[in-house]
Design a protein around this ligand. Structure first.
Ligand SMILES: [Zn+2]
Length: 220
């Protein structure tokens, strides 16, 4: 009987530890997502078992009702949640170090395949996905618009997860540079300062406004 108890206790402890880890990261991401959405929302991180059988090609999602109203929760895949969790609990984000060496004034500062693109983009995309799904819960449906708004929220997300302001700015520059290389349905030449997609066209700053704050939605 003792052995049976041990065999039962070990998997229970394992699943309990995995469950607690998921709850912890959801709790950490919820206020960040809510501040971008402008109202309280829930964050659901995919569980370990669910991730093993997941064959869908998406990093996060929000469900909309038949009449186009967003649900009050965002779903993030396990890899996305794990990246955001690791980011929030690291004092130093080595994957973003190379961004400080980039000349952002050049035409294509972070082309696909470049060493820094390979190193930084998984982290930058995880930050983007949290902002992207948060904007969906704010009622933004169009993917190009959601994507561009999310780019403008990356610095804020990065900062809220514990990074210095400058690192947030660099992550936003990186995503703005990655954006033209995104697949169809997300990229647009209009995601830049002064266009209809600029949340704060009254300033020249893009993609980040200072001081850092949730960008909100355009007032027009
Ligand atoms: Zn979307």
């Amino acid at each position: 009987m003792k052995f049976a108890g041990v065999f039962l206790a070990l998997p229970l402890a394992f699943f309990g530890w995995m469950w607690w880890g998921t709850i912890r990261v959801e709790h950490e991401l919820r206020p960040v997502a809510s501040s971008i959405a402008g109202h309280p929302i829930q964050v659901d991180c995919q569980g370990w078992l669910s991730s093993l059988v997941d064959v869908e090609a998406r990093e996060g999602e929000v469900h909309f009702s038949a009449n186009g109203l967003p649900g009050p929760r965002i779903f993030l895949t396990r890899p996305t949640c794990k990246r955001l969790d690791a980011f929030a609990h690291s004092r130093h984000h080595a994957a973003l170090d190379c961004l400080a060496e980039i000349d952002w004034a050049q035409p294509d500062p972070l082309p696909p395949g470049r060493a820094c693109e390979r190193e930084a983009s998984p982290t930058v995309y995880a930050l983007l996905i949290l902002a992207h799904e948060s904007y969906h819960t704010a009622g933004v449906i169009d993917e190009v618009t959601t994507n561009c708004y999310a780019i403008q929220a990356i610095a804020y997300v990065t900062w809220r997860l514990g990074a210095p302001q400058r690192e947030g700015e660099l992550a936003a520059y990186a995503m703005a540079a990655l954006e033209p290389h995104q697949v169809d349905g997300y990229a647009t030449p209009d995601c830049r300062a002064g266009t209809a997609l600029d949340i704060h066209p009254e300033t020249r700053d893009f993609p980040t406004e200072l001081p850092l704050a949730p960008p909100g939605l355009p007032r027009r």
